[in-house]
Design a protein around this ligand. Structure first.
Ligand SMILES: [Zn+2]
Ligand SMILES: [Zn+2]
Length: 294
């Protein structure tokens, strides 16, 4: 069960490939969705350093810790190994919606879901995710398997009283309908929130959390800024989804947890709020969802 390698993250502050370290946040926050196990594309020989170094770099930037998120069995096993390796990590485990159809076709989805449920028993695994629906990368032939897998993850989250981290790509209406049909877990997070003001209002009404990623800083993402403007501040979270979605002005470089202050500062400026004030709020929201890191 724990045969997966101890975390070998990709982040290296001094590499010219990565964004420069931002000015540290005045109040520490947590990156509530990241993938320390995924090597950044093209990062080459200098990319791999110890997990401790990656978290040290994050901490120096005012990112106190993170939620390491699984997408399949190897990365979910990795999440369990990672939370045992460093107290600055909590974890989430799941089969990604883009992985569910292939596992189902091979007759392996049930066994995978059973293992996810078993991994979720670890006391530092605090969420089931990322699960949900992705109509962008998976075509119509995979929809039924995605829906089945999503429903099973909802069940696991509820039976273990864990938060649910949702991956929703081009599937807002069906994600919302599924949550209503199944009965949503007590704590639901739309990871890398990709909706507009209308979806944000639905989240407000249902008490679902909206986790903003670097995408909110992208020039072409006015819909996300509109959503942020109407989102209930008590439901705001922030994440990197590293190594993806590096915030402006460092798009094109690999992302890492220490880069998150660029996104948080951008959110504060869009909301017309003091950075420290927003950080305090998001920190409280993060703890309300995942509990304590300590
Ligand atoms: Zn995702
Ligand atoms: Zn992710």
């Amino acid at each position: 069960m724990h045969s997966h390698q101890i975390p070998r993250p990709y982040q290296r502050e001094e590499s010219p490939h990565f964004p420069p370290a931002p000015e540290p946040l005045p109040v520490p926050v947590y990156d509530n969705h990241t993938h320390f196990d995924m090597p950044s594309s093209g990062s080459g020989v200098d990319a791999v350093v110890a997990l401790k170094d990656a978290l040290d770099a994050a901490e120096a930037a005012g990112v106190a810790g993170a939620v390491q998120v699984g997408c399949d069995l190897p990365s979910s096993r990795f999440a369990v190994a990672a939370v045992d390796a460093d107290p600055r990590l909590l974890g989430a485990v799941a089969i990604h919606p883009n992985d569910a159809p292939e596992l189902a076709a091979a007759g392996l989805l049930e066994a995978a879901l059973e293992e996810i449920d078993a991994l979720a028993a670890h006391p530092r695994i605090r969420a089931i995710g990322e699960t949900g629906l992705d109509y962008f990368r998976t075509g119509a032939e995979g929809v039924a398997d995605q829906h089945y897998s999503f429903r099973r993850h909802i069940e696991i989250a509820k039976s273990r009283s864990l938060a649910l981290q949702i991956h929703d790509r081009d599937a807002h209406a069906d994600v919302v309908a599924t949550l209503h049909a199944e009965g949503a877990p007590e704590r639901v997070v739309f990871h890398c929130f990709s909706g507009d003001a209308e979806l944000a209002k639905i989240c407000n009404e249902n008490g679902w959390y909206m986790s903003f990623a670097g995408t909110v800083t992208f020039k072409n993402a006015q819909n996300l800024r509109d959503a942020l403007a109407v989102a209930d501040p008590a439901l705001l979270l922030v994440e990197t989804d590293a190594p993806y979605l590096t915030p402006h002005p460092h798009r094109g470089r690999p992302n890492a947890s220490y880069v998150m202050p660029y996104t948080l500062r951008s959110m504060a400026s869009l909301l017309g709020r003091d950075v420290a004030d927003l950080a305090v709020q998001i920190n409280a929201n993060t703890h309300a969802v995942y509990g304590s890191w300590g």
